[in-house]
Design a protein around this ligand. Structure first.
Ligand code: LLP
Length: 381
């Protein structure tokens, strides 16, 4: 359970991100313990949070990195991750990003279209290198998650459709500087229904048979990320059930000899360890409701505005009887609202508010909108 050091907070200018590094370490221990039971490989999806303090602990735990841009590949290298632990996905890799990844010697490109593989082949040739690729296949599995973060349905832009696999593979096999070694999938994010992962395994099993019949050796089965967290109960469920999650893949994937299973976990690793700490500027009595106006805005944490995402909101400096507030930021947008009709202890100017489960897709998605500054980060240790 995350406890907030209020005396320390009193000295720090708000808003800021606060990371419970003890919790991150415990979470990483769980990931490592559970993945090791089955010999699985985990690449942390750095898009969720690239804070250097967190990356250090993630590297020390021995995870690899999943990137979706050249700057993310560079960030992984700058933070000491071995190039061979890096995988690189994304529908729109620019030439310079491909070159950077090839020169760094990353483990695998997760490729999303034939034109992309052809360009990787060209650039690899010009550098006298061979690129290892895993073909991202869109398995048409409904992840039952928010429409903006579902990726594995036919209508999404990601991956190659099931019906195109045959023709795309035939073309890839003609390319001299490409080694097709794997299949890659990612069906969406914040998935709490393990049944969706089970269906993914079934699709992978069918594809395995097809590759086998066609005598194409698949060494890497990368199932992506997507494991969800409990936004409602950040303290009761501070660590996701990695045991249950990995065991689904262990039970349902029909692997061939020598195949490695790779995962790209982002949110489930870092979400619960982070909170956005903000101060109440004003309490405004509207005609219909009360507003707690805080000094953090949608530029600091955009998830509620962008996805109508729920984050638990707590007043950590008051234990007065409760009232209902809309907790809103100072940005000039009606969507700059962290929560409506939030039940909080009676709240006044100067109180500190914690917006919980903000460790993933929080700090990293911050912007300068309204020319606001980036919120700094602090660690429990
Ligand atoms: N692998 C690929 C190819 C991905 O696209 C993603 C996330 C991941 C792995 C990591 O997924 P995770 O384990 O974190 O679910 N900004 C949104 C989430 C976008 C996820 C994008 N892709 C949010 O705040 O909910």
């Amino acid at each position: 359970m995350t406890t907030f050091p209020l005396e320390r907070f009193a000295q720090i200018e708000t808003p800021f991100y606060y990371y419970d590094t003890q919790l991150l370490k415990q979470t990483l221990n769980q990931v490592v313990e559970q993945k090791n039971r089955y010999g699985f490989h985990v690449h942390y999806a750095v898009k969720a949070n690239a804070n250097q303090g967190l990356l250090k602990l993630i590297r020390e735990a021995g995870l690899g990195i999943d990137c979706v841009s050249g700057p993310e590949v560079q960030c992984a290298i700058d933070n000491g991750f071995s190039p061979q632990s890096i995988v690189f996905a994304g529908v729109g890799k620019a030439d310079w990003e491909i070159r950077l990844a090839l020169e760094a010697g990353i483990r695998c490109f997760n490729v999303e279209s034939l034109p992309e593989v052809q360009i990787i082949n060209e650039i690899a040739g010009s550098l006298n290198k061979r690129a290892t690729v895993a073909l991202r296949i869109n398995p048409n599995v409904d992840a039952h998650t928010h429409q903006y973060i579902t990726t594995g349905l036919e209508e999404n832009k990601f991956g190659i459709g099931l019906t195109e696999v045959e023709s795309v593979v035939a073309e890839i096999l003609k390319l001299n500087n490409i080694e097709l070694k794997g299949m890659h999938f990612h069906i969406g994010s914040q998935i709490t229904d393990m049944g969706a992962f089970q269906v993914l395994c079934m699709r992978i099993n069918e594809l395995q048979k097809w590759f086998e019949t066609n005598h194409i050796k698949i060494e890497i089965v990368n199932v992506g990320g997507g494991l969800g967290i409990d936004y409602e109960h950040p303290d009761q469920h501070a660590i996701p059930t990695f045991e249950e999650y990995f065991s689904v893949f262990h039970r349902f994937l029909e692997l061939r000899d020598g195949q490695e299973v790779h995962f790209e976990l982002g949110r489930s690793v870092v979400a619960q360890c982070g909170s956005l700490i903000t101060k109440v500027l004003y309490v405004k009595e509207g005609r219909k409701k009360k507003f707690a106006i805080v000094d953090a805005g949608m530029n600091d944490l955009i998830r509620p505005a962008l996805y109508h995402a729920y984050h638990k909101i707590e007043n950590i400096t008051s234990d007065a009887p409760t009232e209902q507030y809309d907790v809103v930021g100072p940005v000039c947008e009606s969507s700059d609202c962290f929560g409506q009709s939030v039940v909080l202890p009676q709240t006044k100017r100067g109180d500190l508010i914690a917006i919980r489960s903000a460790g993933a897709y929080g700090e990293i998605m911050a912007s300068h909108y309204n020319l606001r500054k980036f919120a700094p980060s602090y660690f429990s240790e």
